[in-house]
Design a protein around this ligand. Structure first.
Ligand code: IMP
Ligand code: MG
Length: 171
């Protein structure tokens, strides 16, 4: 395990994102829609930097199965409960990899006729993209490696690490 992004670097990325989101959403009472499980720590840190009225919702999606590669199928483990019609919706995701999960989700959410729909992702792994996807608020671009920590898992482990680390291949 090797540290790729330290907790201090994460904090400054989160601060930068919070400033941009504050500039664009203050006074709009947006819905921040967290994608479980991976975004739980990022979202918790982010919203505590947002000093204006907002609401929080969550969707639990799974696409990885037990392996390291995306399965290509997206499973909705827990769907949306709140209506999004006419609301400003900001989706908050941990990492965009192939983009399959997010493309699927954004397509579903568009059907709810939100007033606006944008995407905030802490990490982007652009080398593995299979769909075109605009990330409106991006923290950091990362290489194609298996990352864990700060909410990210490998087979449900390591989400609790405070830094973002590279899980080296088993030898
Ligand atoms: P995508 O559909 O390939 O873009 O996969 C996105 C999802 O896979 C994200 O929501 C993450 O939860 C997960 N994911 C992608 N890359 C990693 C990684 O390096 N570590 C842990 N989870 C990852
Ligand atoms: Mg995720």
């Amino acid at each position: 395990m090797r540290c790729l992004i330290s907790r201090a670097e994460i904090a400054s990325a989160v601060n930068r994102l919070a400033s941009a989101i504050t500039r664009d959403y203050r006074g709009e009472n947006p819905i921040l829609l967290g994608i479980l499980k991976g975004s739980f720590i990022f979202l918790a840190d982010l919203v505590r930097q947002l000093d204006f009225p907002l609401e929080l919702e969550f969707i639990h999606l799974a696409s990885y199965g037990a392996g390291r590669q995306t399965s290509g199928r997206v499973e909705v483990v827990q769907g949306l409960r709140a209506p999004l019609g006419g609301r400003h919706v900001l989706v908050v995701e941990d990492i965009i990899d192939s983009g399959v999960t997010m493309a699927f989700l954004l397509e579903c959410l568009e059907k709810e006729s939100p007033a606006s729909l944008r995407l905030c992702a802490l990490l982007d792994k652009p080398s593995r993209r299979k769909t075109s996807l605009a990330i409106d608020y991006l923290g950091l671009t990362v290489p194609d490696e298996c990352l864990v920590g700060y909410g990210l898992d490998c087979n449900e482990r390591y989400r609790n690490l405070p830094d973002i680390c590279v899980l080296e291949e088993n030898r």
